[in-house]
Design a protein around this ligand. Structure first.
Ligand code: SF4
Length: 319
């Protein structure tokens, strides 16, 4: 059993037109100190998975079935107040997407970080502020900026301040949801380096959520590829990037230009992702899959373990 074990998680949203089947029967494990990437296009269920783990689903969202074990405890069975006090932020924290909007504009960054510390620890305000300064040093902003407001910081600094806040209670697991959205490529590279260095230095487990496969390649050891609410392929990232088995993964990776390899035509995926109010029967990718067979529209492919490898694929071709 890993640090985090998600088993057959299914999460739906109730809306006026019906039930959105946002996440369907997904499973993955993250070990201590491991970095797991959850990749896929917008709307495939990545953030819903994170919100299910954090128990921050909006009122119309509900976990229909499955289990989420963290350090051996089923998080979904915990009393909400106990979860808020003992797990969220203290053991599992989060770097939200959109550094520009995640900080409170009328509080200094030091106040915001120390507020997170004081919620979980019995420290004085001065001690919490002192720790906030040390965290700002750790992420490379410098403790002298503890009295600054968000508008006085650049985009990269704000994102580092969010990372400092995520580290404030020494969590053992961090969920980074699109942590570099809206940053330019230079700042993105710097922020990714900060995340990667801290993850290794502090031996923190991470789940990195992104549509950007190159960003996940830079930060993660393992990956789960999501399509229309399901994980279609998961395992060791080097293996999957070298030899993807699932047609969707192949097409996604084929859509990235190589700067080292020979000039090659990029692949494209025809059609659009399905409406999850009524997803297609069988394999959810079958209306867009160039290899689809009769069976694909009727039977949902089960996740199959490739023998001897950290590699799982849900596709009838692999059976
Ligand atoms: Fe394509 Fe069929 Fe595999 Fe789905 S199960 S990815 S439709 S070949």
């Amino acid at each position: 059993m890993g640090l985090l074990d998600v088993e057959n998680l299914t999460t739906y949203f109730d809306i006026l037109r019906g039930e959105v089947k946002a996440v369907e029967n997904i499973s993955f494990t993250v070990e201590k100190g491991d970095a797991f990437g959850l990749a896929g296009e917008s709307g495939c269920g990545k953030t819903t998975t994170a919100l299910s783990i954090l128990r921050l689903l909006p009122q119309n969202g509900k976990v229909i079935s499955g289990e989420i074990h963290f350090e051996g405890k089923n998080l979904l069975e915990m009393n909400p107040e106990k979860y808020r006090k003992d797990i969220r932020w203290k053991k599992i924290s989060v770097i939200f997407q959109g550094a520009m909007n995640s900080l409170n504009p009328v509080m200094t960054v030091g106040q915001q970080i120390s507020e997170a510390i004081l919620t979980h620890e019995n420290l004085s305000k001065e001690e919490a502020l002192d720790r906030a300064g040390k965290l700002l040093d750790l992420v490379g902003i410098g403790s002298e900026r503890v009295e600054r407001y968000a508008h006085e910081l650049s985009g990269g600094m704000r994102q580092r301040a969010i990372i400092a806040m995520a580290l404030s209670s020494n969590p053992s697991f961090i969920i980074a949801d699109e942590p570099t959205t809206a940053l330019d490529v230079i700042i993105e590279a710097q922020v990714l380096k900060v995340i990667k260095d801290l993850q290794k230095k502090l031996n923190i487990a991470m789940a990195v959520i992104s549509h950007d496969l190159s960003m996940i390649a830079e930060t993660c050891d393992r990956i789960g590829i999501m399509y229309a609410g399901k994980i279609v392929e998961r395992g060791d990232i080097a293996r999957i990037y070298k030899e993807p088995f699932h047609p969707y993964t192949k097409l996604l990776l084929g859509a990235f230009p190589s700067i080292l390899g020979p000039i090659a035509k990029l692949s494209r995926i025809s059609g659009f992702p399905p409406d999850l109010l009524s997803p297609p029967p069988g394999c959810r990718f079958h209306p867009r899959c160039p290899y689809a067979m009769d069976k694909c529209g009727k039977e949902d492919p089960q996740s199959i373990h490739i023998k001897g490898e950290d590699h799982f694929v849900a596709c009838h071709l692999v059976e």
